[in-house]
Design a protein around this ligand. Structure first.
Ligand code: PLP
Ligand code: SF4
Length: 350
């Protein structure tokens, strides 16, 4: 006996339960099997699957169920699905698409540390992410050899003291919010013990893919630090911002935590001004401001997300025409060796 109404009801209840689960159990139940993902989404196209399995051998599928619940069923082109489903096009070689597009290996002085910009210091405490985004520039980065061990703090501390210009530490990825609150608390305390550090920035996609990560303990931790805390989340499409997600982000904003969003401009996902306008508006409803719109880093395996310069130009022109200035993210590219992210629009002429 198969009653579609009943199965829909059951599915709805399961979704509800996942939403209610704490974030650790969601982390332990990530989907890593392309078959299972397609099954949940009621997709069967064979060619998608064979390519997906091959591509996932290079960079594993990894996606939380709460994020999958935001996808449309039976839509192989769902913009959220395209961000996470391994694709056979990833296996193609393309000129200019390399494993380390940002030359980060060269910028590495200490394990887990990147100091490329004057006042900011980027610290990677974990190589793990809650989701694997197919376009990620870190998909080939050798995390494992490159994480600080617990007693590396003394070295990091000396480095910071030797560079008094640094007043902001950015916890980045991997994804720092895959760490336990207890581990985060230890690092927050360490960093707050240095008077020169004023700002702690956390770059994380976890609040978008597992909104329950914003639990009371974390909120308390961020709110009560001596450091001014900025959370930069990463959403590319308004469909990623459902009521639960927006509610959690708004909760942080209410605690005086500045929440910003960065996106990557991706073919097939958000390559229209209309989609980006909706994203900015939805973010604003949650009290979040758009920060950066990155053009794709030319990482091997991500060529099929790439857009032509004139297309990007047109999208950004339309975005400017359709949003108030405070809802327009800065269009940037990261160029190896530059002192800052490079703005890409409107060459200045006096
Ligand atoms: C992006 C980035 C930062 C932060 O740059 P902002 O422009 O301040 O957001 C800092 N360090 C590194 C290595 C980065 O890649
Ligand atoms: S570092 Fe960010 S963009 Fe890359 S896979 Fe992890 S969550 Fe996705």
């Amino acid at each position: 006996m198969f009653d579609p109404k009943l199965s829909q009801l059951v599915y709805g209840m399961i979704n509800y339960l996942y939403q209610e689960q704490n974030w650790q159990s969601q982390m332990s139940q990530l989907i890593t099997d392309p078959n299972e993902l397609l099954d949940i989404l009621q997709l069967v196209p064979e060619q998608l699957l064979s390519g997906a399995i091959l591509a996932s051998e290079q960079f594993k599928l990894r996606v939380p169920r709460a994020f999958v619940a935001k996808m449309q069923k039976s839509d192989p082109l769902d913009p959220l699905l395209l961000q996470v489903l391994p694709h056979h096009l990833e296996l193609e070689e393309h000129a200019g698409f390399v494993t380390d597009p940002l030359g980060e290996e060269a910028a590495n002085q200490l394990a887990g540390v990147l100091h490329k910009y004057k006042s900011r210091f980027l610290l990677t405490l974990t190589g793990a992410c809650a989701v694997h985004c197919r376009y990620c520039f870190r998909r080939h980065f050798p995390y494992q050899e490159n994480l600080p061990k617990n007693d590396d703090w003394q070295q990091i501390k000396s480095y910071l003291l030797d560079h008094p210009d640094i007043n902001e530490v950015i916890l980045s990825g991997g994804d720092p919010l895959t760490l336990s609150n207890r581990k985060l608390a230890v690092w927050l305390e360490r960093l707050a013990s240095l008077q020169q550090i004023k700002i702690l920035r956390i770059h994380s996609r976890v609040p978008i893919v597992i909104p329950e990560r914003i639990d009371e303990e974390l909120t308390y931790l961020l709110k009560n630090s001596r450091l001014r805390v900025i959370l930069v989340v990463h959403a590319n499409h308004a469909a990623e911002l459902d009521a639960t997600t927006c509610g959690k982000l708004a909760q942080l904003v209410q605690q005086q935590i500045l929440v910003l969003n960065q996106s990557v401009l991706l073919k097939g996902v958000n390559n229209s001004a209309e989609i980006l306008v909706e994203l900015s508006q939805r973010l604003f409803e949650a009290g979040v401001l758009p920060y950066y719109l990155h053009v794709l880093d030319k990482v091997k395996g991500a060529h099929h997300f790439d857009l032509q310069a004139n297309t990007i130009d047109q999208i950004y022109t339309d975005l400017l025409a359709n949003l108030p200035g405070y809802l327009v993210p800065k269009l940037v590219r990261e160029i190896a060796g530059e002192k800052n992210k490079t703005p890409l629009f409107g060459a200045v002429t006096f």
